[in-house]
Design a binder for this molecule. Structure first.
Ligand code: FMN
Length: 170
C-alpha cells in the first residue's frame, strides 16, 4: 500500500510527526513549502481566519501513484493553514483513502476537523479518519508543548491506524 504523507509545518512539530509516520509506514514524505515564511503571527492568523490559500514553492499536487494520502496541518485560529488550503483546493483525491491529521496547542477542534474533512471529500477523497495531535504551545495558554517523544509516539499511533483495514468509508 503506497502512502504519501503531505504536510505543512511552520515551527517543526508537524514535520516531526510527518517524518516519523512516513518512516514508520515506508511512505513518501512531501512538504508543502509556503513562499511566505509566516513570521508575522498576526498576519498568519488573519490569513487562516479568512481561509486564504498560499503560494507554494515547487508545488506537486500529483498523488496518482498512491493508495493513501495523509494530509497534516497545524491548526491556526481554528482553521487549516493557508498551505493546506492550497493543497486541498487543488489536488485530485478521487479514489484515494485520506487520513487527516491536525496539530494544535489545545485539544480537539471539531470545526477544523469538519472543515478539513469536507475539503478532502470535495476533492473526491474517501476520508478514513481525522486525528488531532497535541503539538506546540505557542500562545503560552494551553499548558506544556508536546515533547519530541510524544510526537514520535503519535506518529507510531497513526502508523498503526494506517495498517488497519479500511474497506469502508468512515
Ligand atoms: C498563527 C497561529 C495560530 C494558532 N491557532 C491555534 C488554534 O486555534 N488552536 C490550537 O489548538 N493551536 C493553535 N496554534 C498552535 C499550533 O497549531 C501548534 O503550535 C502546532 O503544533 C504548530 O505546528 P508546527 O510546529 O508544525 O508549525 C496556532 C499557532 C499559530 C502560529
Amino acid at each position: 500500500m503506497a502512502t504519501l504523507v503531505v504536510y505543512y509545518s511552520r515551527s517543526g512539530s508537524t514535520k516531526t510527526v510527518a517524518a516519523a509516520l512516513a518512516r514508520g509506514v515506508g511512505g513518501t514524505l512531501r512538504e508543502l513549502v509556503d513562499t511566505n515564511a509566516r513570521t508575522n503571527l498576526v498576519v498568519a492568523a488573519i490569513a487562516a481566519l479568512f481561509r486564504r490559500s498560499a503560494r507554494l514553492v515547487g508545488p506537486d499536487y500529483d498523488v496518482a501513484g498512491y493508495e493513501t494520502v495523509v494530509i497534516m496541518t497545524p491548526i491556526w485560529v481554528g482553521n487549516p493553514t493557508p498551505a493546506a488550503n492550497t493543497f486541498l483546493r487543488t489536488v485530485d483525491l478521487t479514489g484515494k483513502k485520506v487520513l487527516i491529521v491536525a496539530l494544535g496547542e489545545s485539544g480537539e477542534n471539531l470545526g477544523t476537523s469538519s472543515r478539513l474533512e469536507k475539503m478532502a471529500r470535495d476533492r473526491g477523497g474517501q476520508v478514513i479518519g481525522v486525528h488531532h495531535i497535541h503539538g506546540l504551545n505557542s500562545s503560552g495558554k494551553a499548558g506544556p508543548s508536546a515533547t519530541a517523544e510524544e510526537l514520535q509516539g503519535q506518529a507510531q499511533h497513526l502508523a498503526d491506524v494506517l495498517r488497519e483495514p479500511h474497506s469502508q468509508e468512515s
